[in-house]
Design a protein around this ligand. Structure first.
Ligand code: SF4
Length: 708
């Protein structure tokens, strides 16, 4: 029904990393429907979120005026009114007053306590241009590298392993490459819910004869399409993956030429997996030895075997080790550097790849150039014309700890600027994280709704929703894609790029990226230079014509490189560095007091902390309330029926929630999505970190469950 619309505007879906291209159909200044466009990642397909998750932009709770906390109103969640009713705690203000207060307070903290007193969280929901400008503000205006975003909660461990092993954090092969794979190994991922259109390509490949192997403690929908499902015990990833590598070596299936020419450290890997035979690991991981051997054989002998993974791999204290094992598996079998093979960490947020590329991370400048690398440091000092800190900054969870540091800690974080992130819902151990946010001397939050994080702010700046902006985002496939502005922001809400610049100017930076479109283009062009070769062939003009271009893209006539590592790896010696991994148990194991394992994650209809999708009419109608999934046997043992209310409690927090039967959830475990403020799963999760990626262990902690 698109005949009656006033205009059609081309954009990109704002939810997941698949990066479906869409068209907004606008009538009377409202989006009335969304069509799938023929983009390279979606070929006109959309999932329920992309198709129906748009009217949040018109929700009456949109912030339309800057807000300033009323004096004396304490920051906390006791008796908090639900989002939308903020008038008790905040008053409306002019932009001039709100910006002067926000920037003045941040500047004052910096001048009194030094640059380390400030930190910024940007967002993987914003554009590349916003991410680039935000990290530049923190590095040049705040004066430290204390800048991060939700990649820290997502694939930071995968990226740590990939940078170490293959020299690049991005995917080696695009999702559509499943067309060329004989075996598709999906681990720690529920693509039907979290990358739905990508899942359709996997299912179509299975129909054509490709073998899907699903390896996951939860038996999810994609299992119906799988040749083998390895429902391994939660937390035993390294045991199972080392057993597969052991079987490949043991059965003489190593790609000797590939390992000789293109890998280093094979002997150490081989020696390490000697103790991990399938027979020894079967009782640990719960998968029969013969099944492990069968899968290892199929993987090694397939013409192409491709690995796709999600948060089930990354969100563990051994997340980096999990990913190291996946790198080793594809390397010893020669399943990388050719079509239909390789490594694909499925990116969660629509722009988590792009925001990371743009430098929204504390240890790297744009394009993963380390801040403590002398050459990179000198280059950026010259490029930005400012002295820069040469020490990596703190990460998301570390910043929360530093906010609660004693007063004499020279690195105590006292002021923060948060753009489009909601750590008061998304961080682990929320009682701690919320306490940390509330204890800041000054918190500035820029968002489109009164999120749980904004609720703890001193100043709230009303920003633009995605359909109200022009900008680029980069999907899981390394495609830079352009979205165009379809609407004006409501009331006094402003584009994020404008707001960042207003803060920057008031902190002493002479920035001037003027103009609604020309300003975005100017920032994009500067970012393109900062990223050197990677996207040099993807000009702003080219994006206007093509909408989507894959990188690496070295020149104007380079079509982009969908498969990388064909000749060499971008490591120092051009080879994969194999890194052996041993079993490290979860930080908190079940015991007599807390006998169940809590697994957190997402569901099809809602997106992350729910701030958008729970305000989208259709999606909210489909899944209006929080539910916890448990196996029938566990429900029976506790005398519970689906629909009953249970209380789930960890050592850190608790939620009351309705229970749902799901026999794909393993015995002794409960699965809770983290999208619901009224049953916030992260009240219970554990903030223990993977030592390399600094990612918290969202996928495993101990809880007890009580009726009622
Ligand atoms: Fe949007 Fe992802 Fe669904 Fe595509 S698969 S429509 S990008 S949420």
């Amino acid at each position: 029904g698109s005949q009656a619309v006033d205009r059609k505007v081309d954009s990109v879906c704002p939810f997941c990393g698949v990066g479906c291209l869409i068209t907004y159909n606008v009538k009377d200044e409202k989006i009335v429907s969304v069509d799938g466009r023929d983009g390279p990642a979606n070929h006109s397909r959309l999932c329920v979120k992309g198709r129906f998750g748009f009217d949040y932009a018109h929700h009456p709770q949109r912030l339309t005026k800057p807000l300033i906390r009323k004096p004396g109103v304490p920051k906390g969640f006791d008796d908090a009114p639900r989002p939308g009713d903020w008038s008790e705690a905040f008053r409306e203000a002019s932009w001039e007053e709100a910006l002067a207060l926000a920037a003045g307070q941040l500047k004052g903290l910096r001048d009194t306590h030094g640059p380390k007193a400030l930190a910024g969280f940007g967002s993987a929901k914003g554009s590349n241009e916003e991410a680039y400008l935000f990290q530049k503000l923190v590095r040049t205006g705040f004066g430290s590298n204390n800048v991060d975003h939700c990649t820290r909660l997502c694939h930071a461990s995968s990226v740590a392993a990939l940078l170490e092993g293959v020299g690049s954090g991005a995917v080696s092969n695009q999702v559509n490459d499943v067309d060329h794979a004989e075996l598709i190994f999906i681990i720690g991922s529920n693509p039907t819910a979290n990358h739905p259109v990508a899942a359709t390509w996997m299912k179509n490949a299975a129909r054509r004869g490709a073998k899907i192997v699903l390896a996951d403690p939860r038996r999810t929908d994609i299992s119906k399409h799988a040749w083998r499902t390895l429902q391994f015990k939660a937390d035993t990833d390294v045991a199972m993956l080392n057993a597969l590598i052991h079987a490949v070596i043991d059965e003489g299936l190593v790609d000797e030429a590939f390992v000789r020419d293109r890998a280093s450290n094979f002997e150490a890997l081989r020696d390490n997996v000697k103790g991990y035979s399938p027979e020894a690991m079967a009782p640990i991981c719960g998968v029969p030895a013969e099944t492990l051997r069968e899968v290892a054989r199929a993987f090694a002998t397939a013409k192409g075997a491709m690995v796709l993974w999600g948060m089930g791999i990354s969100q563990h204290v051994h997340g980096t080790d999990n990913a190291r094992c996946l790198i080793a598996l594809v390397t010893v079998t020669g399943q990388i550097g050719k079509p239909g093979s390789g490594l694909h960490p499925l990116r969660g947020q629509n722009n988590v790849q792009g925001a990371s590329d743009a430098g929204l991370i504390p240890m790297m400048f744009p394009n993963y150039q380390r801040v403590d690398n002398a050459a990179a440091h000198a280059w950026f000092e010259e490029f930005w014309g400012m002295p820069l800190d040469e020490k990596p900054g703190y990460t998301v969870v570390e910043i929360m700890h530093k906010a609660l540091a004693p007063d004499d800690d020279p690195h105590k974080v006292r002021g923060m600027y948060i753009m489009g992130e909601n750590p008061a819902m998304s961080d682990p151990d929320l009682n701690h994280a919320r306490h940390a946010l509330a204890s800041l001397e000054h918190l500035v939050v820029q968002d489109i709704f009164m999120t749980e994080t904004a609720w703890l702010a001193d100043v709230v700046l009303p920003a633009s929703a995605w359909p109200e902006k022009t900008g680029t985002v980069s999907n899981t496939d390394r495609m830079v894609q352009l979205g165009k502005r379809a609407l004006d922001p409501p009331g006094d809400a402003r584009p994020d790029l404008w707001i960042i610049q207003q803060i920057a100017r008031r902190m002493g930076l002479a920035w001037n990226y003027e103009g609604e479109e020309s300003g975005v283009a100017a920032v994009y062009d500067e970012m393109r230079q900062a990223m050197h070769a990677a996207i040099s062939g993807i000009t702003w003009e080219r994006l206007q014509r093509e909408s989507s271009v894959t990188y690496p893209c070295l020149s104007a006539d380079d079509p982009g490189q969908p498969t990388v590592f064909i000749d060499r790896f971008p490591t120092a010696d051009g080879r994969v560095k194999l890194v052996p991994a041993d079993i490290i148990p979860a930080d908190e194991r079940p015991d007599a007091d807390y006998p169940f394992v809590l697994i957190t994650g997402r569901q099809l209809e809602h997106w992350h902390t729910g701030s958008m999708t729970r305000r989208a009419t259709v999606l909210d109608a489909l899944e209006p309330m929080a539910t916890a999934s448990m196996h029938q046997a566990d429900l029976d043992a506790m005398g519970l029926a689906p629909g009953d209310v249970i209380t789930i409690r960890s050592r850190r927090g608790e939620v009351a929630i309705h229970v749902r039967r799901d026999d794909g959830t393993p015995h002794g475990a409960v699965f809770v999505p983290f999208a619901y403020y009224e049953a916030a799963a992260n009240l219970m999760t554990n903030a223990a970190l993977d030592p390399f990626g600094k990612i918290p262990e969202f996928k495993y902690c101990a809880v007890r469950i009580e009726r009622g």
